[in-house]
Write a protein that binds this ligand. Structure first.
Ligand code: URA
Length: 246
């Protein structure tokens, strides 16, 4: 989508509307190799090659980021006392309005998606979209086939009944068990509450996937990268944003 050059430069934090207009009128801005002198001319920020003051700039306003969230940081845009996931990213993402899609608890690790696209964010969280999330959990006690059935039936959590979820036991020891669980909701403490309902305390929780995205095994805790083109396309498909707005 095309936007006015002065609005674009403002969104990139290059100054106030007045300052960026002066920059353009002074001939300091080039778009696709051409000097632009009209701040009201429109361009597509996602595809136009932008140079300001002779320097090539990444002018894209739409960014989607995959973060390997470490334990100990909050999923929040900012917090006065504690580190947040935004502190792990380059500050440009906060300036562009990149926001976490849903939240992971402070002690939960794994895949957290962040995006500048508010509509995409909203759609991925909407209960009707049924975006699947897969977690790996270590829990106290011995998981059994009865637990698998109870997850599959949909657990009564008091204030709501969780939708049927797939529980796959990876190991069932005397003291602790390991499992993978796939849910299609994202209510507060959902997975911990589901295990709590079958009397297993969650000791560690790690998100392996979110919709079509798998956590990149190359990302260490605290590391992030932008989504690839294929990942972006798959995500937009999951949110039904590739033409189909239904
Ligand atoms: N479910 C939880 O209980 N915690 C998380 O962080 C994510 C899902």
């Amino acid at each position: 989508m095309k936007i006015r050059l002065d609005k674009w430069l403002g969104a990139l934090n290059l100054g106030s509307r007045k300052q960026v207009q002066e920059l353009v009128r002074a001939g300091k801005v080039r778009a696709d190799g051409q000097t632009v002198r009209d701040p009201g001319e429109s361009f597509d920020p996602e595809t136009t090659v932008l140079e300001v003051g002779g320097k090539l700039l990444d002018g894209r306003l739409v960014r989607h980021v995959m973060l390997h969230k470490p334990a100990g940081v909050l999923t929040a845009a900012r917090d006065p006392k504690q580190p947040t996931v935004m502190d792990l990213l380059d500050p440009v993402y906060a300036r562009l309005g990149c926001m976490p899609v849903g939240r992971l608890d402070k002690d939960t690790t794994g895949l957290l998606l962040l995006t500048t696209d508010g509509e995409l964010n909203h759609r991925l969280l909407s209960p009707e979209r049924h975006v699947y999330k897969r977690y790996r959990a270590t829990v106290a006690g011995t998981l059994t086939a009865a637990d698998v059935s109870r997850f599959a039936e949909g657990l009564d959590l008091g204030d709501f009944t969780a939708l049927p979820a797939e529980l796959r036991i990876l190991s069932a020891g005397e003291d602790t068990s390991e499992a993978e669980v796939t849910v299609r909701e994202g209510k507060f403490h959902q997975v911990k509450r589901m295990f709590g309902a079958v009397d297993h305390e969650v000791l560690t929780l790690h998100r392996c996937s979110f919709g079509p995205l798998e956590l990149d095994p190359g990302l260490q805790p605290g590391e992030w990268r932008e989504l690839t083109e294929e990942e972006t396309k798959a995500l937009l498909d999951a949110a039904k944003m590739n033409g189909d707005k239904a």
